[in-house]
Ligand binder design. Structure first.
Ligand code: NDP
Length: 687
């Protein structure tokens, strides 16, 4: 290892409210591409039990004082500031061996994921401390005893033990949902690339946006930390299956039923459809994607393609095409403009990858690449952890074990031939559970059969074809709105997936009681809870409006003339509204019926205030159901109740959700829905 005299940065941990250096001799961390000592790391002597306690008491208490939207806004501000200062992260990332192009999903991708969470949370969750989930369940005939699920933040700490390959994304995609949920985080990056995570955490803490204790960082080993986790804490782990299994069965984790999410080895497959032979766009897309996944981040991605499943008839063509691309891949220093693939994270990892290639090669032949001889366009293979891409071919994939079980965490993949879709599905399943697989086909039958065949073994499946060639986000990219994780060998965890990810850090409880008490818990009106009727609620600005403000309208009779007029005016002359005999022959109706949309329109006519007022706009309805037919002569009445109020930050309005219940003269509910409106914070409007 070459030390050029540059002073290596001694990393610190941020625990219990201060940056602290570990005691004793620190471990040197080498620059992946040059071998220079880049940083020093040690967490010896830190008080880990104290850190957990400080996070729970100081961070958790402070976070829970805020609403879901408050916390999302903190992340938005942090994400924007990180994005503005990202250049220094890119510079630091070079030491991990990643080219700037490889660093994009880590840095821009990580910050973008955080911003997506911040925005989705404010759009999809209420601005509240408690998150109601699902409908109110009637538990008694008279509606006096009801139930609903609610989610509240865990009162512990989220401990995130992360892998070396995504030092930024790996942290941000996990702290974003946890912090929105209201749970403080202790981040433990993999030592090898902890310098980049440490830099980002420094910048986040300097912003002073998060409350004290919301974010802590451990650079180095976690010591006895796991001995102190409780049933209110959550532990997430990304890395090798071996370490994961050890931590999952840690006595404190087992005894305290600690939530443990694991993402480990995954032998992801890319499957070329039987229809996608040479000359088709899908064939070209497949070859490009396999080559890209093998070489992006030098193949050190949990989602990288490891198994290349191809129809036997096209195996030779696929290998030739891949060899042509892989042989052209310029391997070298990550900051060299010619470089297409940078270095592995360390010389030690390179030795590990070589050893695993040897294991796979015992059951397969190498058809491209020379694992022990490195060809470089720049850099020094003795000092930097460089390796050229290695492609193998396994002639007997059903009896071979290694290509389905050995994850060579580098630019390595194995081609395996199949005969028919059933065989392709069976081969994909030999991975025993994967994060992702992709199927390249333009045939709807193949797509449906493959997905149904392999879905139970996969967290995500990407279908690639000519129509999404330009827009596809690709095989390897986990996306904030979609789940990431896989069963079996992949660890059995699930993360992100939009607001599902937030809920992983919250407790779901079923609350049972009267509508009045339930409404007090959730802050949302529930049918049967008290309501107040004074002035028309549409005359009230957000400053005056209260949950439970209600109007019960006059009645309006539906006539044949109304239905005839509506039918001819809108063009909706469906027979059930127009033809008595045909309507009577319909099993649902006894006679001609009013249009559902006529009912909703009359309902609006009954409850709106025509004059300009604080209700600025109606932006939709949710859960609209027509529950009973409305016949000529029936009379309709509307009960409209303010159900949920969501003030919007930085605007002059907020969103108000109204429970809208339309009944007939027999008090039967004929239509039920939520009306969504924008309501001014004050009226008249003031900027
Ligand atoms: P490890 O499992 O060794 O490390 C993963 C994380 O766990 C690191 O933060 C590590 O910290 C930490 N850790 C290790 N031992 C303990 C322990 N006893 N208690 C608490 N934390 C611990 O994996 P590596 O990152 O070294 O990668 C090794 C292999 O794992 C790769 O070659 C690859 O095969 C696989 N891997 C899989 C990934 C995936 O997502 N599928 C991602 C990354 C790696 P420290 O670094 O300080 O030891």
């Amino acid at each position: 290892m070459l030390d050029t005299g540059r002073t290596a940065r001694r990393l610190e941990s941020y625990v219990s409210g201060a940056w602290r250096a570990g005691q004793g001799e620190a471990k040197p961390l080498a620059h992946a591409a040059t071998g220079e000592v880049h940083a020093l790391i040690s967490s010896d002597g830190l008080d880990f039990a104290g850190a957990l306690d400080w996070g729970r008491r100081t961070g958790g208490t402070a976070l829970r004082r805020h609403t879901l939207h408050d916390r999302a806004l903190m992340l938005k501000a942090i994400g924007q500031a990180l994005m503005a200062g990202k250049d220094e992260f890119y510079a630091e990332s070079l030491a991990t061996g990643a080219t700037p192009r490889d660093a994009w999903p880590d840095i821009d991708g990580g910050i973008g994921t955080m911003l997506t969470f911040a925005s989705k949370a404010r759009r999809e969750l209420p601005n509240a401390h408690v998150l109601p989930e699902g409908p109110v369940e009637m538990l008694s005939r008279d509606g006096s005893f009801v139930g609903q699920h609610i989610l509240t933040p865990l009162e512990g700490v989220a401990v995130h033990i992360n892998a070396f390959n995504f030092p930024v994304w790996g942290m941000l995609e996990k702290i974003a949902p946890a912090l929105i949920a209201g749970v403080p985080c202790v981040v433990k990056p993999a030592s090898q690339t902890a310098y980049l995570t440490e830099l980002v955490v420094r910048r986040i803490l300097e912003m002073q946006i998060l409350p004290d204790g919301a974010l802590q960082l451990i650079c180095g080993g976690v010591g006895d930390l796991l001995d102190h986790v409780t049933g209110q804490d959550a532990v997430t782990f990304t890395g090798s299956a071996q370490t994961g299994q050890k931590l999952r069965t840690h006595p404190a984790v087992v005894q305290n039923s600690v939530r443990f999410t694991m993402e480990a080895d995954s032998l992801n497959a890319a499957i070329l459809g039987p229809d996608a032979g040479p000359g088709t766009p899908e064939f070209d897309l497949f070859v490009k994607e396999v080559a890209r996944e093998m070489t992006a981040k030098a193949g050190q991605k949990c989602t990288a393609i490891r198994r290349v499943l191809v129809p036997a008839a096209h195996e030779g063509a696929v290998i030739d095409a891949l060899r042509a691309t892989l042989d052209r891949t310029a391997v070298g220093l990550p900051d060299d403009a010619q470089t297409r693939m940078g270095a592995l994270v360390s010389l030690g990892e390179r030795e590990g990858v070589r050893a695993r290639i040897r294991e796979i090669a015992a059951e397969a032949e190498i058809v491209c690449g020379t694992p022990d001889e490195v060809r470089l366009s720049s850099g020094d293979a003795a000092r930097g952890a460089f390796l050229n891409p290695v492609l193998l071919r396994c002639a007997d994939p059903f009896s071979a074990r290694a290509p389905h079980e050995i994850e060579a965490f580098g630019p390595v993949a194995t081609v395996m031939a199949y005969d028919g879709v059933e065989e392709a599905v069976a081969l994909a399943k030999l991975g025993k559970g994967s994060l992702v697989s992709s199927v390249f086909t333009n045939d709807t039958g193949v797509a449906a059969e493959m997905v149904r065949g392999v879905a139970a073994f996969h967290g995500r499946i990407m279908l690639g074809n000519r129509d999404s060639a330009k827009s596809s986000t690709g095989h390897g990219a986990p996306l904030a709105p979609l789940v990431h994780g896989g069963p079996g060998r992949a660890g059995g965890g699930e993360e992100m997936g939009g607001m599902r990810g937030v809920k992983h850090f919250m407790m779901r409880s079923a609350i049972q009681g009267t509508p009045r008490l339930l409404a007090a818990v959730t802050g949302e009106w529930v049918p049967g809870a008290p309501a107040q009727q004074d002035i028309h609620p549409f005359r009230k600005s957000l400053a005056e409006l209260r949950i439970g403000d209600q109007i019960v309208t006059e009645r309006r009779e539906i006539t044949e003339a109304d239905v005839e007029h509506f039918a001819h005016f809108t063009g909706d002359t469906f027979y059930a509204h127009m033809d008595r005999e045909a309507a009577r022959a319909n099993p649902f109706f006894e006679d001609r019926v009013a249009h559902g949309y006529l009912i909703a329109s009359f309902a609006a006519g009954l409850f709106v205030m025509p004059e300009p007022g604080p209700v600025l706009a109606n932006y939709g309805v949710d859960n609209l159901r027509f529950l009973a037919p409305v016949y000529f002569g029936d009379s309709l009445q509307v009960r409209l109740t303010c159900k949920q109020i969501t003030p919007r930050d930085g605007t002059v309005y907020g969103e108000v959700r109204w429970d809208c219940c339309v009944t007939n003269q027999n008090q039967e509910v004929v239509a039920q829905y939520d009306v969504l409106t924008m309501v001014a914070k004050t009226w008249p409007l003031t900027e």
